[in-house]
Design a protein around this ligand. Structure first.
Ligand SMILES: C[S@@+](CC[C@H](N)C(=O)[O-])C[C@H]1O[C@@H](n2cnc3c(N)ncnc32)[C@H](O)[C@@H]1O
Length: 205
């Protein structure tokens, strides 16, 4: 029902233009960062694809074959999509060269289970973008972001934001090998925080 409402307001032209302007900007920047990891023809899963704007741009720019999955369908771009329950990723083992998880994990209730699932369906790299608050100001911004997301989507579960170091120790605990990490410079005027990219190998080290 919420996704139906979101789809309706997104049809309203100024909302749609704003959405495409902000997500489009993020998507082009992300495509450049991902070019080092996604080769033409790679099979990519966008886990928690949301509007699909990022997925659509990445697929087009990097010539990848991409499918999105999410717990709700709020696509604004016609990408191949499978709705799922948020826990059991509906694909066989090692189906994807890349599993992209972009600004999703802080919304997820059972993060460890989802990361294990991402590992199961991945034969190449798991690529994660996350908000990684570093100070009180970032924490306040993350709190507001989580609160507005929860209100908009009618979700009671509070978002769980972690620092870069906390994510690194979780990946280590799950024996996901860290291949690369970098700070992401991206100015979002309505959500100011630090952000990180993590590139993981699903193989047990
Ligand atoms: C901030 S949006 C990010 C959307 C998109 N990845 C992007 O970067 O534009 C967070 C998304 O995570 C999705 N989500 C929440 N819990 C999830 C879960 N357990 N598995 C997959 N997606 C989930 C939400 O439905 C939402 O579309």
């Amino acid at each position: 029902m919420i996704s139906h409402f979101l789809k309706k307001i997104a049809k309203f032209s100024p909302v749609r233009s704003t959405l495409f302007f902000f997500y489009g900007r993020a998507a082009s920047k992300m495509s450049k960062e991902l070019a080092a990891y996604i080769a033409p023809g790679n099979h990519v899963l966008d886990l928690g694809c949301g509007t699909g704007i990022i997925a659509g741009t990445v697929a087009k720019t990097l010539n990848a074959s991409l499918v999105g999955t999410d717990v709700i369908d709020i696509r604004q771009v016609d990408i191949p999509f499978v709705l799922y329950d948020g826990e059991k990723i509906p694909f066989p083992d090692k189906s994807f060269d890349i599993v992209l998880i972009s600004y999703v994990l802080h919304h997820v209730e059972k993060v460890e289970i989802l990361l294990q699932e991402a590992r199961r369906v991945c034969r190449g790299r798991i690529i994660i973008y996350e908000d990684t608050p570093q100070n009180l100001f970032h924490r306040a911004s993350c709190f507001f972001h989580g609160f507005s997301y929860g209100s908009l989507f009618g979700i009671k579960k509070k978002c769980a934001f972690h620092t870069r170091e906390e994510w690194l120790s979780l990946f280590q605990k799950l024996q996901l090998s860290l291949m690369h990490t970098q700070k992401i410079k991206f100015f979002n005027p309505v959500h100011i925080t630090a952000r990180n990219l993590f590139v993981l190998s699903p193989d047990v080290s």
